[in-house]
Design a protein around this ligand. Structure first.
Ligand SMILES: Nc1ncnc2c1ncn2[C@@H]1O[C@H](COP(=O)(O)OP(=O)(O)OP(=O)(O)O)[C@@H](O)[C@H]1O
Ligand SMILES: [Mg+2]
Length: 360
């Protein structure tokens, strides 16, 4: 079922946790709410689940307004960061609990619970208790308990954040696969941009209770509409530099560099009186240790070998840029170097509004 937030506002006293928040989640979509701590992600989930009452605005599930419905009548399943399993119950009884309170006969309950447990590869743990499980296994039991109900919508609030790095990466793929197999509309909350990029069909980037941008991971990564989105998604983050336009030399001029950018200036509606922010991702900078005409000259600040690639931090004027370079590249601090920018990947933002400059 699809989910619709319409002009939702939620105030806690003087704090506005959600501010005129409007978002549509199509049926079957895996939507990730992404944003920093305190931006309103959990509040958005809790309003959808019926655990918070919105101050104003409407929420629909499957087209039907649910504002007045009790949580149990909305048929949504919540999975939290803390799995909240019943410690005295076995894995099997934990999974079957939502079926028992719905008075589903015992044989049917067992069949459904084993079916879900097999999918999540926890069937062998059916008779254990939660304290006899690893963190990842507990997390899967909590998921199984949510899935077994076959809800209209899954709501997940940072469900992987208690797991170690390796397990988190494994569970990412598992959850994504599972969601696609089940086809259940999912709203997933995280502040981890890598989780959002890897799992989402669409990402909704939030800022101070508002929706900043919504789009596919590709749209968010390659066409961020604001400096905020550009800087939030991607690791290392996008390089952002203050520049102005010099029409005579058809260049973008910043602290310590002048970049000839004829095609960029032709493609964008820019003028000399304004300030801009140039955005370029580390993979769209080509680093060279030999002088290169037309590129930005700097000096190596730090080199980070990552195994599959090398990250090189380069000092240009007062700024530090980061470039993805060849895995085998090594260079001493202060080595002179040159950065070539892929002009077709360069983004320009208006420094005043922090919004992307439209193409002509
Ligand atoms: N019950 C409450 N009473 C008062 N203020 C609240 C309450 N719940 C949330 N807030 C405030 O509302 C804002 C949004 O909180 P919310 O929990 O939705 O953020 P979040 O994006 O989930 O953050 P995090 O990533 O830290 O979990 C915050 O400023 C928070 O302090
Ligand atoms: Mg939260």
């Amino acid at each position: 079922m699809d989910v619709q937030y319409e002009h939702l506002t939620k105030k806690f006293g003087a704090v506005t946790a959600l501010d005129d928040f409007t978002l549509h989640v199509p049926d079957g979509d895996f939507l990730v709410l992404l944003g920093p701590s305190g931006c309103g992600k959990t509040t958005a989930l809790r309003c959808l689940a019926g655990l918070e009452k919105p101050t104003s605005g409407i929420i629909r599930i499957g087209g039907k307004v649910v504002n007045r419905l009790q949580p149990r009548d909305r048929d949504v399943a919540l999975v939290f960061q803390s799995y909240a399993l019943y410690p005295q119950m076995t894995v099997g009884n934990n999974i079957m609990y939502p079926l028992r309170i719905r008075h589903i006969p015992k044989e049917e309950r067992l069949r459904m619970a084993h079916d879900v447990a097999r999918r999540l590869e926890i069937d062998a743990l059916f008779d254990r208790r939660p304290n006899q499980l690893s963190g990842g296994q507990r997390q899967r039991v909590a998921l199984a308990r949510a899935i077994v109900r076959n809800p209209n919508v899954f709501l997940m609030d940072e469900p992987l954040s208690n797991l170690d790095a390796r397990l988190r990466v494994n569970m990412r793929a598992e959850l994504k696969h599972l969601q696609k197999t089940l086809g259940t509309t999912t709203v997933y909350v995280t502040h981890d941009q890598a989780e959002a990029m890897t799992m989402a069909d669409r990402i909704a980037v939030m800022r101070d209770g508002r929706l900043e941008q919504v789009g596919t991971p590709d749209e968010i990564y390659f066409s961020p509409e604001t400096v905020y989105v550009a800087g939030f998604v991607g690791s290392p983050a996008m390089n952002l530099l203050n520049v102005r336009v010099d029409s005579a030399s058809r260049a973008l001029v910043g602290d310590g560099f002048s970049l000839s950018a004829t095609s960029v200036l032709e493609a964008h509606a820019v003028d000399e009186t304004k300030h801009y922010i140039l955005g370029v991702r580390p993979e769209h900078l080509t680093l060279s240790l030999e002088a290169h005409p037309g590129s930005i000259a700097g000096a190596v600040y730090a080199v980070e070998p990552m195994g599959n690639e090398t990250l090189v931090y380069v000092k240009v004027g007062q700024s530090t840029l980061v470039a993805r370079a060849d895995a085998m590249l090594r260079a001493a601090v202060n080595t002179p170097c040159w950065l070539e920018i892929r002009e077709d990947r360069l983004l320009l933002f208006d420094a005043e509004t922090e919004r992307r400059v439209p193409r002509r």
